[in-house]
Ligand binder design. Structure first.
Ligand SMILES: [Zn+2]
Length: 232
């Protein structure tokens, strides 16, 4: 004997459980950090590393210029000291001072470029850090909501499953077998509600006779979808 009324109650619970499980899955998935935030984070990391590189380069070049200046100074001192008298040596010193001068100009050009890059990276870093901060805080509040919903769903599912266990325990084996079979066959819905002669499982209308039988608690299958019908 199929216990249609109890199966309808069980179906209502299972439908709710299925919906909540699906939502829980979505909520868990939605808690992965969004792509846009990951991209901003990556960009901020890149610009920070660029800035570090250009600061390093700028420092390196500045030190090299200082070295060239020192070397030029000592060569010039020697050149004009009067200690060097041999024309060949003097010419060599002169050439060295000139070469150092050219090197210094080149380095100064490079240091200006490095400074420009450093400034651009600094500005970029400020913008991206702000962007990242905004994105992180907006994501934090969003994920806090998701986390709260997740906890609520988990708690609710726990209670529903307990209720389901109790309800299922008082249903006979034949009914459960038919119910489980139909659940598998009919996309999770074994018992469809019947409202004003319409099967809520497939939206077809059943005859007045059938509807009456359903109301009286008889076991009736929908001619449209083959589900058990329960009066709601
Ligand atoms: Zn139907």
């Amino acid at each position: 004997m199929i216990q249609i009324h109890r199966l309808l109650q069980l179906q209502k619970l299972d439908t709710e459980i299925d919906e909540k499980k699906k939502r829980l899955g979505d909520v868990l998935k939605a808690q992965n950090e969004p792509q846009a935030l990951q991209t901003t984070r990556k960009k901020a990391e890149t610009v920070t590393s660029d800035l570090k590189t250009w600061i390093g380069k700028h420092t390196e070049l500045t030190l090299e210029i200082e070295g060239v200046v020192t070397k030029t100074k000592s060569s010039e001192e020697r050149l004009y000291s009067g200690e060097v008298t041999k024309p060949k040596e003097l010419a060599e010193l002169q050439a060295e001072v000139e070469a150092l001068g050219r090197r210094k100009m080149l380095l100064e050009d490079e240091v200006r470029q490095a400074f420009g890059k450093m400034e651009a990276a600094e500005e970029g870093k400020i913008t991206l850090d702000e962007e990242l901060e905004t994105a992180v805080s907006s994501w934090d509040s969003q994920s806090a909501h998701l986390k709260a919903e997740q906890n609520k769903l988990a708690l609710s599912l726990h209670k529903l499953m307990q209720t389901r266990k109790a309800k299922a325990a008082i249903i006979n084996a034949a009914s459960m077998k038919e119910y489980d079979h139909l659940r598998k066959q009919k996309n999770g819905l074994a018992v469809a509600g019947l409202r004003v002669n319409m099967c809520l499982g497939c939206r077809t209308t059943v005859s007045a006779n059938k509807a009456r039988e359903v109301d009286e608690g008889h076991v009736v299958y929908c001619g449209g979808c083959g589900r058990l019908l329960g009066s709601v």
